[in-house]
Design a protein around this ligand. Sequence first.
Ligand code: ADP
Length: 491
Amino acid sequence: MGEHLSRTIAEGRAFMQLVGGQKVDSLTGQRIDVVCPSDGKVFASIPASGEGDVDLAVRAARRAFDEGPWARMPAVERGRLLTKLGLLVEKNATELAALESRDTGKPVRQGRADVNATKRYYEFYGGAADKIHGDTIPFLDGYTALTLREPHGVVAGIIPWNYPLQILARVAGAALAMGNTLVVKPAEDASLSTIRIAELALEAGFPQGVFNVVTGYGRDAGAALSAHPLVDYVTFTGSPATGAAIQKAAAGNNRGVTMELGGKSPQIVFADADIDLALPVLVNAIIQNGGQTCSAGSRVLVERAVYEDVANGLAERFSELVAGAHDADLDLGALINPRQRQRVAAMVSDAEDAGCEILARGSIHADAPEGGFYYEPALIAAKDPKLAIAQEEVFGPVLILLAFDDEADALQIANGTEYGLVAGIWTRDGARQHRVAKRVRAGQIFVNAYGAGGGIELPFGGFRKSGHGREKGFEALYDMSATKTIVFNHG
Ligand code: ADP
């Protein structure tokens, strides 16, 4: 693999989707251009599928679930296939990282980290497949009651563009480990790695129809998939508005859903914190993946006594951040598309209009290609936690700084948005660590650490607008299955 692979990979390739084990185009033959965010140029294409394509894929998954060898395959065999897929991810790591980086604009370093995490997901769920089981329940005299964990059936996975490899892996790993079959609709802006993983799944030996991929726009393929009556369960990661549309569609069939809908995650820095330890983590938690991370630490709440120190430390680091092409491997890449860049820029200029001060800005490297969707990282002091910039998810490299007076004030600000995905707590006071961890409303809490996007083993998911259901770790296996209770009367 050459050094410039991430600049040339998939050049001119017309990608096909995977339905019932076959590489196929969309029924209409219509295609979507694949654009590299680093230079705004088209380098490949994917099928633009609609309702008919989705119907074929769902029917293939349905058949594979109802009739295929998959349903009768022992859990250990399903696990072995997932483990094998993990090994194939490792074998193709360089290519997958290059593909993911070119498709999303993320630095190749981040692409490699995503590939490592992807391998870990398939490894984890490969190992977990035969280690989840039901219970026997003390019941009436003369009866034995037990539970089985059964797959839902056909799972639809609607995947966003920020971490396609990883988010596909957490969905597919858990869904397939439990014996479901899968139809995946990756984001129109980032479908390539999903197509490659489905190809690798075929190579690993998954039976035909178990792992299907349909590409296309959300309003066409995504909407048709979430409303399809032969789908048994829908899992989605993305924006709250799209999540609501998908839940409505699934509700039309009364199907269950898992929703991971982003956040406005606080990092709370108390005056007794180890500030030197915290500073690089605070910066990375928002800059990783250009801030396009559901679990980004996008608000830093600082106790007044150390506010100036933390603000200065962050400003120094922010002014040194540089954005550039994915293969230049700088602090951050381009944002995913012009619409996203425009959205981020508008939110920041609205914040300025509302009186917020920009404390520091990063820069765009002089060699960054023309036409790329770059945005200079911004550190913003928000006087009022109720301002839109301090309440709404920006999904870009924009960090909001807020001051607080005491623990009660910190908790009020931390819990004062509609979101509740992740939080970071920085303090050396052990009692406070426990107290605040219990009182912050978020699905994941880090103490003197922060794990934006990380932690295959760690259950992950939100409260309120951040969604419901849990992914990652063993918990995802419960979401991806249903309990069946069986009662025997043996007298
Ligand atoms: P963005 O607004 O940045 O595209 P979304 O949350 O809308 O982010 O997209 C995440 C995923 O949801 C993508 O795969 C997208 O195609 C899909 N999607 C968008 N709209 C719909 C919809 N109405 N129904 C189903 N899926 C959708």
